[in-house]
Design a protein around this ligand. Structure first.
Ligand code: GDP
Ligand code: IMO
Ligand code: MG
Length: 432
């Protein structure tokens, strides 16, 4: 039995979806534990591309249970749409393959309106209502899955908060108000459609652990978007680091056997906020073009830069990552020299750890090491030994600098464009 957490180590979009889909082969359950449909996880199977926002990336495999845990915020409209699209593509989505936590919070129409009207572009949120939904959760005025599947309960919960939201929207944000009755009816309807999937998912996961099943916890976003440890306030509103999995699923930390960090071979970020190794030149443009670096959720161009070891050391520590999966290594083919940031230099000193003070970042210059690149395309290579020598050097440099081993090397978006050095389900857990 193994409980594995998969988390992003950078600013999201590291290729978590691809790796989770791949590892699902050996898993019985795949569970999302935080975030919402701000996530966009891309899976390419048999030439067909699927982008998942809410349903865990295990859904394309047969006979697996996908769980949406209590830490996720759910837009029922998007979830129902996603279920529909998956069914149209021929995948089975039933209560046997999808379970939704009754405790997960619901993204309401007013959350989306507030997110749009309030984020004037500084943080550059995805506009999906994520932050406002988490605010209501913490403020104890949220509406949960359990509420929308019970008409009377839902009415009471909506009554508590509606007038306040309406006046905030119309009087403070000065945008068009919303209609309570139609929201009520629509959400009751969606609640009844989701009801068959609703369960106490913490119990389901606990049972599976006791039955020695393999469980995969799928993170969304990345460590530097974590609400506590990311580049605050340019972050998302949930805990994206591995600790978030225990809370967002409802299990204790001693159940976790290993944490795999997904690490893109360079760095990207979508939205505002610090990105110390950002390249505003032709190399940045090349990474964007060759890596297809456009948001899977919003379509926005992603900002691109060199690999940043300062950022990675931070995430490896925060999530107790023992093994990494290096993705998109193929995108670096053809670059003569590869730069890797090992520290940042400020006007007064050299900084080796991510500063908490956001104002410092514009004055930081990355300190780079340089490694020689490789010319060959590597996307059809399937064995580590066949990789170009300079590519192997890049991998071992990362391993040495970060004090972790690479378990997986990804050389293309497809399931089979992967070199598995060690299947994470075969890695002995900490206790053994
Ligand atoms: P996620 O949010 O972490 O799941 O990542 P996204 O799906 O948002 O972005 C990753 C993008 O890179 C997707 O378009 C994937 O299909 C693609 N991808 C994943 N791994 C690789 C890889 O090794 N090489 C290349 N070229 N593309 C990859
Ligand atoms: P996946 O799971 C990349 C970014 C947004 C914005 C900030 C806050 O695909 O890696 P939010 O809508 O969460 O309030 O936006 O976080 N962001 C992501 N960036 N990948 C994601 O998810 C992201 N989810 C949110 O661009 O800067
Ligand atoms: Mg993504």
């Amino acid at each position: 039995m193994s409980c594995l957490i998969v988390v992003g180590t950078q600013w999201g979009d590291e290729g978590k979806g691809k790796i989770v889909d791949l590892l699902t082969e050996r898993a019985d359950i795949v569970a999302r534990f935080q975030g919402g449909n701000n996530a966009g996880h891309t899976l390419v199977v048999n030439e067909e591309k699927t982008i998942l926002h809410l349903v865990p990336s295990g859904i394309l495999h047969k006979d697996k249970l996908c769980v949406i845990g209590s830490g996720v915020v759910i837009d029922p409209e998007i979830l129902l749409e996603e279920i529909e699209v998956l069914r149209e593509k021929g995948y089975s989505v039933s209560p046997d393959t999808l379970a939704i936590s009754e405790r997960a919070h619901i993204i309401m129409p007013y959350h989306k309106i507030i997110d749009h009207a309030r984020d004037t572009g500084r943080i550059g949120t995805t506009g999906r209502g994520i932050g406002p939904a988490y605010e209501d959760k913490v403020r104890r005025t949220g509406i949960r899955v359990i509420d929308i599947i019970n008409k009377d309960l839902f009415k009471k919960r909506l009554d508590i908060i509606f007038e306040e939201k309406q006046s905030y929207i119309t009087q403070i944000l000065k945008v068009k108000g919303i209609d309570k009755d139609s929201i009520y009816e629509r959400y009751v309807q969606m609640g009844s459609e989701l009801r068959p999937f609703v369960a106490d998912t913490s119990i389901a996961i606990d049972k599976a652990i006791k039955e020695n099943k393999n469980i995969l916890f799928e993170g969304a976003q990345g460590a530097h978007l974590d609400i506590d440890y990311g580049t605050y306030p340019f972050v998302t509103s949930s805990n994206t680091i591995s600790g978030g999995a225990c809370v967002g699923i409802g299990i204790g930390p001693t159940r976790i056997d290993n944490v795999i960090g997904i690490c893109k071979a360079y760095t990207t970020r979508v939205g505002g906020g610090p990105l110390p190794t950002e390249l505003n030149d032709e190399i940045g443009e090349r990474l964007r073009a060759f890596g297809g670096e456009y948001g899977a959720t919003t379509g926005r161009p992603r900002r691109c830069g060199w690999l940043d070891l300062v950022a990675l050391r931070h995430s490896i520590r925060l999530s107790s990552i023992a093994y990494i999966a290096i993705t998109k290594l193929d995108v670096l083919s053809g670059l003569k020299t590869l730069k890797i940031a090992t520290a940042y230099r400020s006007e007064v000193n050299v900084i080796r750890d991510m500063p908490a003070e956001i104002e410092i970042y514009p004055n930081l210059q990355p300190v780079y090491d340089e490694l020689p690149g490789w010319d060959e395309s590597i996307s059809s290579i399937r064995s580590y030994d066949d990789l170009p020598n300079n590519c192997k050097t890049y991998i071992s440099y990362m391993e040495e600098q970060l004090g972790v081993n690479a378990a997986i090397i990804s050389v293309g978006p497809k399931r089979d464009q992967t070199i598995i050095i060690k299947n994470p389900f075969d890695i002995p857990d900490r206790a053994s």
